[in-house]
Structure formats: structure tokens, C-alpha cells
Design a protein around this ligand. Sequence first.
Ligand SMILES: C[S@@+](CC[C@H](N)C(=O)[O-])C[C@H]1O[C@@H](n2cnc3c(N)ncnc32)[C@H](O)[C@@H]1O
Ligand code: SF4
Length: 351
Amino acid sequence: MSYNTKDIKIPWEFKKFNQNVELQRAVIEVFGGCNYTCQMCPQSNPGRGKDFTRKMPLETFKKVLDKIVPKFGTPQINLEGSGEPTMAKDLPEYIKEVKKRGLKCFMYCNGARLNGKFMRDVIDAGIDFVRFSMIGYDKEQYKRWMNIDNFELIKSNIDEMADYIKESKSNCEISTYHLVLDNNREKEIIDLYKKNIVEKVKADKSYIWRMHNWSGNYDNKNPREIKKKTSCGRPFAPEITVRAGGLDGKTASVVPCCQTLGPPNEAKSVLGHLDTQSFEEVYFGDKYTKLREAHTLNKYEEVDYCKNCDFLYQSEEVLAWTNDKNARINNMLGTGDDFILTDFNKDRMEK
Ligand SMILES: C[S@@+](CC[C@H](N)C(=O)[O-])C[C@H]1O[C@@H](n2cnc3c(N)ncnc32)[C@H](O)[C@@H]1O
Ligand code: SF4
């Protein structure tokens, strides 16, 4: 297949996808289900579906790692996907497998289970970065958005973890993650998050983002501004997203990004399964190639799971506030400076 790159800038030559892919990040979901029912998340609203809410067996997780590392780089491994990784009781074993291979290990979680021995085992296993999602700037708002009265518990879990990190001389970093609940009250909401959480807990960094629409699966009441659609950059990025579940009883399905979570787009967006296929078969396979082609040629309507995604509307305001000086909207937490999702598209963006 050939591409005319004269008018369209793409970040990597396509031939690179048949050669030396150096992944910088692999999001490998350890557990597909969740112990929370947050209202802005398709995981609970409308519900993810049993094909995807399973646990990835440790043996499959190891198999997936070995298909990637070191042949396709030494990527950072994120354990969340879009389920809740702390639901896996043997989570420390997964972290140890990552660290055994010399890779960075990140985890985004709601953090409700991260205390006591389980939390200490997670830290002792060598995790490098833990992000606590706290949606809601006080007890009432947290309960409203995350549907559980755990505001004080999570703050206490963060501090307990920070104390243990210090005591055990771990290098793990803790961050908190928040969402703007109403774009019309953004400044006020940022100030409340800062006052009630950021300045109160012992986290190293905090991020406040605007909500997205989960590739169209979620009816976002705070939508991004409609603009000309340009590629989100994800189909070209040096990363891979692997779900715990999959289609037809298979596991370790590969999807293009984290955004297709839930029905109807998750099942539609499966590009292959790493339980039975090789990395090469999936990453350089027909489905992935068609997706990259559509994003290169701006033919998003041809991709059913991309066409309603608000990541196609570039917006510099999506990161509303952070105290992390290295954070950039086109980059993924923990990846290198050359991991850029959308800069290549700047000249095609409508201001
Ligand atoms: C689906 S969760 C999975 C990981 C884990 N269960 C957690 O709560 O962090 C991934 C992240 O997406 C965030 N999230 C949920 N709905 C969102 C939305 N509509 N827009 C932006 N982020 C959202 C969650 O708060 C969480 O930080
Ligand atoms: S357009 Fe949306 S659904 Fe499609 S690859 Fe990008 S982020 Fe994922």
C-alpha cells in the first residue's frame, strides 16, 4: 500500500510499521471490571459487557509481555486499560513481572483498595507511578460523580501510601487526577480541587482535565468545540492498548486506544487478540493498517468507532490545570519527548 505524503504530514513513514517499531508505552489491562460505578464512565454507564470485564490471567499477561519485549522496545507498562487494576488480588505479581523485564510500571486507579498490606505489597513489588482518580472536589461532589462515599478514604489512602513510600525508600510517585465537572465553572472548580485535595494530600503531582466522550460511547454534557476533524494521532503512536477480555471467548484483545471503552465501540474496535496472534500479525495487520490509512486520509467516517470521537477535535484547553511542569497534552504520562500524538497535524488544524 502506498501513501501520498506530499500534502499530508504523517509522523512516521508507514514503512516503519513493518520494521523497527520501538514501543514507548503498552497499556495492558490486568482487570476489565470495576468496583465503582462512576456516572461519566461507560464502564458503569451503560456497562461494559461481560466479554471485557474479566481478569487477564497472569500467564497471559506474561505471554503478552514476552511477545513485545525486547523485540519491539522496552515500553512503559500501564496496568489499567480501562478497568480497575486493584481488583486483581495478586496485582503485585503482575508488577513484579514488569519490573523483572526492566520496564517502568504505571497504574491509574480509583485507589479505594490501596491501603494496608495490599498497598505495601504493591509498592514493594516496585511500581513506579500511581495515579488516584478523584472526580469531585469535595465529599458531596465525589459521591455524586463516583457514586460512593469514599472522599475521605481516598485522601487517607494517598497519605498512607506516601508515608510508606518514604519509609520504604521507594521511588514511586503519586499523582491525583480530576475532571472539570462543568466547563462553565472551570476556574471555580479548579480552585476547589486545589484547596480541598491538591494542597491537602501528599501527592507529588495533580492533573485536572476536561471530560471526553469515550469515542462517542458517552454523552458528554461538556462537549469539546466542534471543529474540522483531524487525526488524534493514536493510530501512529509508538504504543499498544491491550484489553483483559476480547471477542468470542478470546482474551488480550488489541484496540486502537483507551477511548473505545464500552458499548458499542469497544467490540467494533478490536484489531486482533494477543492470546492467539503474534504482535506482528496484529500491529501490522489489515485492520490496523486500514485504521492508519483512514487517519492519514482524514476519512474518519469510514471508521465506525472513530467517527464520533471528540479526540478528533484538537483542543489545547483539555488539560485545564496541572502542577507537573513536564505535562503536555500531546504526550502520554511517562513517555519520552518524541512521543507526540498530534503536533504533526498542527498545520491542518482549524483555529
Ligand atoms: C476508566 S478509568 C480506569 C482506571 C481506574 N478504574 C480509575 O478510576 O482510574 C480511567 C480514567 O478515566 C477517567 N474518566 C472517566 N470518565 C471520563 C470522562 N468522561 N472524561 C475524562 N476522563 C474520564 C477516570 O476518572 C479515570 O481516571
Ligand atoms: S479517533 Fe478516538 S477512537 Fe479513534 S483512535 Fe483516536 S482516540 Fe481512539
